[in-house]
Design a protein around this ligand. Structure first.
Ligand code: C2O
Ligand code: CU
Length: 464
C-alpha cells in the first residue's frame, strides 16, 4: 500500500462516527419546527500534535461545543429553524452551501441579509428541497472564520434512501498552525495570486488520520465534504472497494467504482464502502494528488461479517431539478481571469487588501459596502446556459448559490456529473452550464478557494 498507517487507533470517534444513522437533529413530521440555537463562538481545541488552538466553532442548543461544529441533520421537505447567536468578536452570517432555499436565508451580508454583529442574532428558517450531503459556513471574513474552523457538514435526509449498515461523515480540511498550535498568517499574497495558500496540519473531523470502526462485510455510507479554504483533494481508497453514489448532494445515476476522484473546496462526495470481511481489517482513504499520497482517514472492520455485496448498491432517489430548455436558453459568457491591479477594495467584512482575480473582468470581494452590478439579470423561470471559461493556469471550484446547474459539455471531461452547485473548473477548461432560474433573488457565484473569492473572483446574478 502507498499510504502510511498510524500506529495507534483513535477510539471509534464519536463525532461523525459509524452507526450514527438517525442521530442528531431532525424535525419530526407534522410538528412545528423547533428552533435550534446555533452559537458561533471561540474555543480552545487540540488540532496539532502539540498545544491547543483558538478555533472558531459552532455549538448546537445547550450542548457545550465539542471542538468541531455539529453535523446538522434535517429532512427533505421539512422546515428547519435555527437562531444564529454570534458570540465571536466580529460580524458573521451562515450560508447553507448547496441548499436551494429562499434568498433571504442565504447568508450573504449586504446582498441577502444584514451582518450579525457580536452578541446579536439572526433567525434562519427554511425547507430544504433536496436530500443529500451539504455544508454550512459563514459568508463574512471567510478566510479567517472558515480557516479557524467555522465549517460544518449538513445532511438532508431522505426517508426513501436505501438503508446502509452504517454512516460516517467526514469533514476534510487543513489548518494554518505554527508552533504550539497557534494560528499563523491565513495566506501569503504570492500564493493567493496562484493556487492558494495551503494549511500546515491536515485533518478529517479535526483529527489527524482518525480511524473509524465499521461493521465487517457491511455497506457503509461515507459522506465526504471538502471544506478547506484551498486544498483540492484527489480521493482514493486502499484495502476495499467503494461506489460513488452522490456528487455535490445529487445522486449518481449509475453508481461507479471509486478509482481517483478530484474534489475541490465546497464539493461533496458520497461513497458506499464495502468493508472487508475479516475483523480488524483496515481500509484507508487517501489523498493521491501530487507525488506523495497521504492518509486522510481509516476504517476498521468490527464484528462478524454482514456479507453484503457492492453489487447490491442501487442509485439514490434523484432530487427534482428542473431541466433547462435549451431551445430558448439565453447564453451568458463568464470569463475567469487573473488581474494585475493590486489594489485594495473597501470591505467591512475581511478584505485581504489585494485584487488578483476577476469574473468577466470585474473584481469584487463579495461583501463590500456597496455591491457591484449583477453579472446579469435573469428572468424567473427562464433557462440559461453559462459559457464559463477558465482563462488561468489554475483550477477554480466555482460555486453558484441558490440554483443547481447541469454541466452540458466541457473540453476537459468525458463523463459529466449529475447536477451540481460547484464545478471544479480545470486549467483552461471551457464548459457549458445549463440552469433554470427558478429561485428569485441575488445569487452569488464565486471561486471557493477563498483567497480567490476574496481577491476578486466573485459576482452575482439577480433573478427577478
Ligand atoms: Cu460555500 Cu458562497 O459559499
Ligand atoms: Cu479560484
Amino acid at each position: 500500500p502507498m499510504l502510511s498507517r498510524r500506529s495507534f487507533l483513535h477510539g471509534s470517534a464519536a463525532i461523525g462516527g459509524a452507526f450514527a444513522l438517525g442521530a442528531g437533529l431532525s424535525a419530526r413530521a407534522g410538528a412545528a419546527p423547533e428552533r435550534q440555537m446555533l452559537t458561533a463562538q471561540t474555543a480552545e481545541t487540540q488540532i496539532a500534535a502539540e498545544g491547543t488552538s483558538p478555533v472558531m466553532t459552532y455549538a448546537l442548543g445547550q450542548a457545550p461545543h465539542s471542538g468541531m461544529p455539529p453535523t446538522l441533520r434535517m429532512r427533505k421537505g421539512e422546515t428547519f429553524a435555527a437562531r444564529l447567536v454570534n458570540r465571536l468578536d466580529e460580524p458573521t452570517t451562515v450560508h447553507w452551501h448547496g441548499l436551494r432555499i429562499a434568498n433571504a436565508m442565504d447568508g450573504v451580508p449586504e446582498l441577502t441579509q444584514p451582518y450579525v454583529y457580536p452578541d446579536d442574532h439572526f433567525d434562519y428558517v427554511f425547507t430544504p428541497p433536496d436530500a443529500g450531503t451539504f455544508w454550512y459556513h459563514p459568508h463574512c471574513n471567510t478566510l479567517t472564520q472558515m480557516g479557524r474552523g467555522l465549517t460544518g457538514v449538513l445532511v438532508v435526509e431522505n426517508p426513501e434512501d436505501p438503508e446502509f449498515d452504517g454512516e460516517i461523515v467526514l469533514n476534510l480540511r487543513d489548518w494554518r498552525l505554527g508552533a504550539g498550535g497557534k494560528f499563523i498568517a491565513p495566506f501569503k499574497p504570492r500564493d493567493a495570486a496562484r493556487g492558494g495558500t495551503y494549511g500546515t496540519v491536515r485533518t478529517a473531523n479535526w483529527q489527524r488520520e482518525p480511524i473509524y470502526d465499521a461493521p465487517a462485510g457491511g455497506l457503509v455510507r461515507v459522506r465526504i465534504a471538502a471544506t478547506d479554504v484551498t486544498r483540492i483533494y484527489t480521493l482514493g481508497l486502499e484495502g476495499a472497494n467503494a461506489k460513488v453514489i452522490a456528487l455535490d448532494g445529487n445522486s449518481v445515476e449509475r453508481p461507479f467504482l471509486l478509482q481517483r476522484y478530484d474534489l475541490g473546496p465546497g464539493q461533496r462526495l458520497d461513497l458506499v464502502l464495502r468493508m472487508p470481511e475479516s475483523e480488524g481489517a483496515e481500509v484507508t482513504l487517501g489523498n493521491f494528488r501530487g507525488s506523495q499520497p497521504w492518509t486522510i482517514a481509516g476504517f476498521r472492520s468490527v464484528g462478524a461479517s454482514l456479507k453484503r455485496d457492492l453489487g447490491d448498491v442501487t442509485p439514490l432517489p434523484a432530487n427534482t431539478i428542473a431541466e433547462a430548455d435549451l431551445s430558448t436558453a439565453k447564453r451568458i459568457p463568464i470569463d475567469l481571469t487573473a488581474t494585475a491591479e493590486h489594489k485594495s477594495m473597501p470591505s467591512i467584512c475581511g478584505s485581504l487588501g489585494y485584487t488578483f482575480w476577476a469574473l468577466n473582468k470585474v473584481p469584487w470581494s463579495g461583501d463590500t459596502p456597496d455591491p457591484i452590478a449583477p453579472i446579469e439579470e435573469l428572468k424567473l423561470g427562464e433557462s440559461y446556459v453559462l459559457e464559463i471559461a477558465n482563462r488561468t493556469p489554475h483550477a477554480h471550484p466555482i460555486h453558484l448559490h441558490g440554483l443547481s446547474f447541469r454541466i452540458l459539455r466541457s473540453n476537459k471531461r468525458r463523463v459529466l456529473p449529475p447536477p451540481t452547485d460547484t464545478i471544479l473548473l480545470l486549467p483552461d477548461e471551457r464548459a457549458e452550464l445549463a440552469l433554470v432560474a427558478d429561485n428569485a433573488g441575488a445569487w452569488v457565484i464565486h471561486c471557493h478557494i477563498i483567497e480567490h473569492q476574496k481577491t476578486g473572483m466573485t459576482g452575482y446574478f439577480k433573478v427577478v
